[in-house]
Design a protein around this ligand. Structure first.
Ligand SMILES: [Mn+2]
Length: 426
């Protein structure tokens, strides 16, 4: 299924008048405050988030998985699904592949398909957290950190293979997330595990093309429940520094212990020029992988406030690789991703409203009340008309969820693909 522009236009027509009224009101209000509305709309249009190839089917837990039918069963169909999301939102112009779940069979055909849907290949993700059928060695007790040299070599080679696959598609970065760690005290020697990981990462880094980045993700627990080798941003930062200037830390919102100050982590990493990538999701307890902005929207705004500050003030930090890393257990995956993209754009737009000069002046005055007023005034602004305007001008839907439903996308996918399809992934 491919959405044509006239399908979306038809869906937009009904809501056009109401959008224009809302936009006019907000635009006047912001302009009177000295805000350049056109600049914000341009920034929203330029902000593209990668959709991971494993997030287009139903997620699941270790207790079960419930299908939404019509799921993509191969890489072509996954890219078509990203194309549908992108057509509606104009915000999902990239896909992030997971290897070995999504190794292309015909590289040219896949590149052509992605190109026809205006989709780029973002970071490629390696997988050394589960054993593959053809593997000689097992990752049961770790991969890059394993005490066995043969296991480490297999894991290193896999990462080099992933770089090679990504290179053929035009990707420019490798994301490494390790499940390595231990479930019980005494199981691992912390120092040996970290040293092995550092040496393995350095070997992978040597195989990185000049214009590539290596993004090192961290996570405090799960699947290991006593210790994780790359447990926090400090460890990731340390490893990135040990590897070299093309290695960076990657922040996944769900990979923190409860109440961690993620906005501060983001800020410090950007100051040091070492924030390379970002994974969006939301959580109540742990790595819940819920819809972005569904639980803690104010925290998301505060994080974006630091990201915007960093993008404006830290030229030492590179452009970031943005990706949604969520799982969909009770929602249609495509609708869930559309909601996530809306929440991301909303937080970004609100952060762009913050008057950084006024905030700085209030900070220098130690005027704590004004500091809070500035942030909360931006946060309380309903910026949805700006998002609508950005989408409308780019050819997207005024209300992507409504359009998705009005156009009967899921039913059409079920008609084309059948009910009993299963997407590869977790
Ligand atoms: Mn992640």
């Amino acid at each position: 299924m491919k959405l044509e522009h006239h399908h979306i236009q038809d869906a937009n027509n009904k809501a056009l008048k109401s959008h224009k009224d809302h936009f006019h009101f907000l635009s006047n209000h912001l302009t009177n405050k000295g805000i350049h509305v056109d600049t914000i709309i341009k920034k929203l249009q330029d902000f593209q988030v990668a959709i991971p190839s494993w997030a287009l089917g139903a997620g699941g837990t270790r207790f079960g998985r419930f299908s939404f039918y019509g799921e993509p069963s191969n890489l072509e169909q996954k890219i078509q699904d990203v194309g549908l999301i992108h057509a509606l939102t104009q915000t999902a112009g990239a896909v992030s592949l997971h290897i070995p779940w999504d190794v292309p069979e015909d590289y040219n055909a896949i590149k052509q398909l992605a190109n026809s849907l205006d989709i780029k290949f973002d970071a490629v993700n390696s997988n050394t957290f589960q054993d593959q059928k053809e593997s000689k060695e097992s990752y049961k007790y770790g991969s890059l950190s394993n005490t066995s040299e043969a296991v480490r070599e297999q894991a290193i080679q896999h990462n080099l293979d992933v770089i090679n696959i990504g290179n053929k598609l035009g990707s420019k970065s490798l994301t490494v997330w390790l499940a390595d760690g231990s479930c019980f005290p005494g199981q691992n020697n912390f120092q040996t595990a970290l040293q092995n990981t550092e040496n393995s990462l350095k070997t992978i880094y040597k195989g990185l093309p000049d214009d590539w980045k290596m993004l090192i993700e961290y996570k405090p627990y799960e699947p290991n429940f006593y210790s994780t080798v790359i447990q926090d941003w400090g460890t990731s930062f340390m490893l990135a520094n040990a590897c070299g200037e093309k290695a960076y830390s990657l922040v996944d919102l769900g990979h923190h212990l409860p109440n961690s100050n993620i906005e501060q982590i983001v800020s410090i990493l950007m100051l040091k020029g070492k924030l390379g990538g970002f994974h969006f999701n939301d959580s109540k307890y742990g790595d819940d992988d819920l819809t972005v902005g569904s639980i803690k929207p104010y925290a998301l705004f505060l994080i974006f406030n630091e990201l915007v500050y960093g993008m404006q003030n830290n030229p030492q930090n590179p452009d970031l690789a943005w990706m949604i890393d969520a799982s969909h257990n009770v929602k249609d995956p495509l609708e869930d991703i559309i909601q996530s993209l809306e929440a991301i754009q909303e937080a970004y737009a609100k952060a762009l409203l913050v008057d950084q000069n006024l905030l700085k002046a209030a900070q220098l005055d130690n005027d704590v009340v004004t500091c809070q007023e500035i942030l909360q005034d931006a946060y309380r602004t309903d910026v949805r008309p700006l998002l609508e305007k950005a989408r409308l001008e780019s050819g997207g839907a005024l209300n992507p969820i409504n359009a998705y439903r009005t156009l009967g996308v899921r039913n059409q996918l079920i008609k084309e693909r059948g009910k009993n399809t299963i997407a590869t992934g977790l």
